[in-house]
Design a protein around this ligand. Sequence first.
Ligand SMILES: Nc1nc2c(ncn2[C@@H]2O[C@H](COP(=O)(O)OP(=O)(O)OP(=O)(O)O)[C@@H](O)[C@H]2O)c(=O)[nH]1
Ligand SMILES: [Mg+2]
Length: 462
Amino acid sequence: MYSMFTSTIAAISTPHGKGGIAVIRVSGDEAIQICEKFVYPVSKKDLSSLPSNCAVPVNIMYENGILLDTGIVSVFRSPKSFTGEDTVEISCHGGIVVTQEVLSRALACGAVMAGPGEFTRRAFSSGKISLSQAEAIGNIIDAKSAGSIILSNRNAQGQLSKYTDKIYNEAKNVLSEVYAETDFPDEGLSSMSKEEMRERVEIIVHELESLISTYETGKAVVEGIPTVICGKPNTGKSTLLNLLCREDRAIVTDIAGTTRDVITESVVCGNVTLNISDTAGIRETADEVESEGVRRSLKQMEKSDLLICVFESVSYDENDEIILRKAKEMQNQGATVLIVINKIDLNDNPDETHFKDFSNIIKISTKNDSYYGTISEAINKLYMCEQLSDISSPVLTNARQKANAEKALNSAKGALTALKESSIDVAGTELEGVMTSLGELDGRQVGIEIVDDIFSRFCVGK
Ligand SMILES: Nc1nc2c(ncn2[C@@H]2O[C@H](COP(=O)(O)OP(=O)(O)OP(=O)(O)O)[C@@H](O)[C@H]2O)c(=O)[nH]1
Ligand SMILES: [Mg+2]
């Protein structure tokens, strides 16, 4: 098979450290010839005579004929391999030194060290996988929750690619009709009426809008939501952080002003990942250290997408007003606000009239573990993450994908307006824009810097 990469690469694909087995992966035109120099099947057959997709027991040898290790070798011939190239995977004993020695033999015999994500990059470059499939594979490796694996697997199986390919082809079909109309207006080549073109583009707009709406779920599950716990002193913010972390992460006392600095954690709550910060209680104060804490709390509120604002069931005062004003301001700018009325063990019928501008309100006692379910359910509901198995559509999982989908949507809307105004040339340009943005989303026309950036986030060996 034609390969655009001239070198054959090698790397340890299993994590660094002691384990039962380790895998060294070698990929490229010379993979089999290189491994043949130090890996010998126990059957005495040559490695190069083995059929594709088979695994055989082998002896792995030092240059001077001394045994380095015994193991199993799998041979995958191009194009039927992950990278699309000839690939040899050597499973050896998983000691730190023995693994490194096997890799050194591969390098000494002609392979070069693989860069981060280079195997996956080769799979992308040889057309085995799309860019969104490559990103999904990275997400599976980085997954912090079962939910993240479920969603990422859907994209890894190509669901997002199939969906964007379909829209791409729809845009292409309308575009060819537009070209027929603009380039040969008198020859009647276009079989589509303007009305039909408009209807087709309306469908594209609708499909892109529903794709973009999935990012809220994708972000919550895969990337995590920047979240702040805020409120006046002593309302139970740190107790709430500890409840969500299920450990005593932050100091809790009955002294108002216990938390002085911002404490940040990544916690999985049901299917949602929260990148959550506990903050100093917000109040008017003359204490210099505390007022710096308050300043940081307000800044954290501005930086967060989800504001969990904690109030007490037994008191409401001007400090709570400061929090609510800020929360309302942030809500107007697009943040999500969850109002938590805490300490309902002290008063189970608190006054809720102060919170009429907010629709997400829960009443709990953070001291009592049994309320974990109440807060988890509320948060998962906010991001439509209660039942991921119910979601059948593909899901956008990162900001890059969303930005490209939004660009495609803007172009599609532009095409629709142009068709309504009978500016058929402009409609053509806009439809080309739809195709370019979808091409960027899934890698058909993506720039090299973006590809570099995506694969640099992978580990070496993947
Ligand atoms: N009765 C009752 N007390 C609670 C509850 N949750 C927290 N507390 C108590 O409230 C006090 C303050 O709790 P913290 O979690 O430190 O409150 P905070 O909001 O982080 O306080 P600062 O860091 O000072 O702003 C502690 O004595 C907690 O034990 C609750 O649900 N019911
Ligand atoms: Mg605290």
